[in-house]
Design a protein around this ligand. Structure first.
Ligand SMILES: [Zn+2]
Length: 428
């Protein structure tokens, strides 16, 4: 008999992609599904996945609370949110109200709104305030079924404030059931005080900020925003090239508002991901496919910006580009930390099947963070990160859009959310 310290039974349907790297092309929507399933966990790892009948024959089912009855719910892997701007201060609801009345993003930015208003609020916030804000948001993400997320700095835009943001990420994440991968986004935009001398800001990024952040081990990745209002291809190449040499992985905000050739730069740099891609060119798609760079699509940001252009999801999939999904959680263009709406929009506006969206939001997103060998699917040997949704099968996750039915979240083998509420912290 297989010993277990946690088991889940009463599962109407279990649905998961399989593998230790991203699924592409026709494999994107190929899931393993099991009716009347059971899962067993020991020491944080999955030790059994199969039918409940097989589980009862093969596993020593633990007593009491350690065996969870899913009550006919559906189990899928914990969502992986591969692109968030977690540690910021200050919401921008007034700007949103103005946009609804017809103000453009450019007009709002010219009046001091946009990213720079979040930079000002984040600089004013203390590290403790940012930790509290980030912790609250991690709780909300976890309750919505996310068990792994990336988190970017990029609202500090000077050494002290970028370090403050990255330390806030580290401290908020330490001991939190939701695992966090930190990214340094000093190349988000040029701060107001350097607009007259952007060369000096680039020198600071490369000469001071990257070495200091690497020295303090505060980030795993570096990111840059290639855009007419942010950084050129040549500037991003310089910053991310330096980051890569210093030992960081790289990712890019690419081709969101125009075809800047950023997807090709991502491929050239061997980036882990190129994100957004509403305006990616055919050549950019080919380059991503050749490099194995993950295309992270952010349909909530597109919705919120009321953007016409769509990322060519089907062309990316057909070309063999690994496709993942993320929220882009941030106060200006995607103030939604839950992955549910992102899956719904991926299906309803970008044309992914429910099964493709599930793989993109779990295994492929984990691959984009370099962690597909450990998590992102429900398989023996992987970290036990999975969620019971109170729906009869996976299709209901998208089909009954707008309603959240997260019942139980298991993160790292521990029950983090039980019956929809945060479980008391286990002994550690
Ligand atoms: Zn972003």
């Amino acid at each position: 008999m297989i010993p277990a310290d946690l088991a889940v039974v009463g599962i109407s349907e279990l649905a998961t992609p399989e593998g230790r790297s991203a699924r592409t092309g026709p494999d994107l929507g190929r899931l393993r599904t099991i009716r009347d399933a059971g899962i067993a966990v020991r020491d944080g790892a999955i030790v059994f996945v199969g039918s409940e009948r097989e589980l009862r024959e093969a596993v020593e089912v633990p007593p009491g609370d350690a065996t969870i009855d899913a009550r006919g719910g559906t189990v899928v892997p914990g969502f992986v949110d591969a692109h968030t701007h977690l540690p910021f201060a200050g919401w921008r609801e007034q700007e949103f109200a103005r946009r609804l009345m017809g103000a453009t993003y450019a007009e709002i930015a010219a009046e001091g709104g946009g990213i720079l208003s979040t930079v000002a609020a984040t600089r004013r916030a203390s590290r403790d305030e940012l930790i509290a804000l980030a912790s609250e948001r991690l709780d909300a993400m976890l309750a919505a079924g996310t068990t792994l997320a990336e988190a970017k700095s990029g609202y500090g835009l000077d050494l002290a404030n970028e370090i403050k943001q990255l330390e806030a990420i580290r401290i908020a994440a330490s001991g939190h059931p939701l695992r966090v991968v930190p990214t340094f986004l000093g190349a988000h935009t040029v701060p107001a005080e350097r607009r007259a001398d952007r060369g000096r800001y680039l020198d600071e990024l490369v000469g001071t900020m990257i070495p200091e952040i690497v020295g303090r081990r505060l980030a795993v990745y570096a990111d840059a925003f290639v855009d007419a209002r942010a950084f050129s291809i040549a500037e991003a190449r310089r910053v991310l090239g330096a980051a890569r040499e210093a030992g960081l992985g790289v990712r890019l905000h690419a081709d969101q508002l125009a075809d800047d050739g950023a997807a090709a730069l991502a491929a050239e740099l061997g980036a882990a991901s190129a994100d957004h891609l509403e305006h990616v060119s055919g050549g950019g798609i080919e380059a991503l496919a050749g490099a194995g760079t993950v295309a992270i699509l952010l349909p909530a940001a597109r919705l919120f910006l009321m953007q016409e252009a769509k990322p060519p999801a089907r062309r990316l999939i057909d070309a063999g580009v690994p496709v993942a999904l993320a929220t882009d959680f941030n106060p200006g263009t995607a103030p939604c930390e839950a992955m549910g709406p992102t899956l719904e929009l991926a299906s309803l506006t970008l044309g992914l099947s429910v099964d493709e969206a599930l793989t993109a939001a779990t295994l492929n997103a984990a691959h984009a963070l370099g962690l597909a060998g450990e998590t992102g699917s429900i398989e023996v040997g992987k970290r036990a990160d999975f969620v019971v949704h109170a729906v009869p099968n996976r299709h209901h996750l998208v089909y009954r859009f707008g309603v959240r039915r997260v019942e139980t979240v298991v993160a790292g083998g521990r029950v983090a959310i039980r019956r929809g509420v945060r479980a008391p912290r286990d002994r550690t």
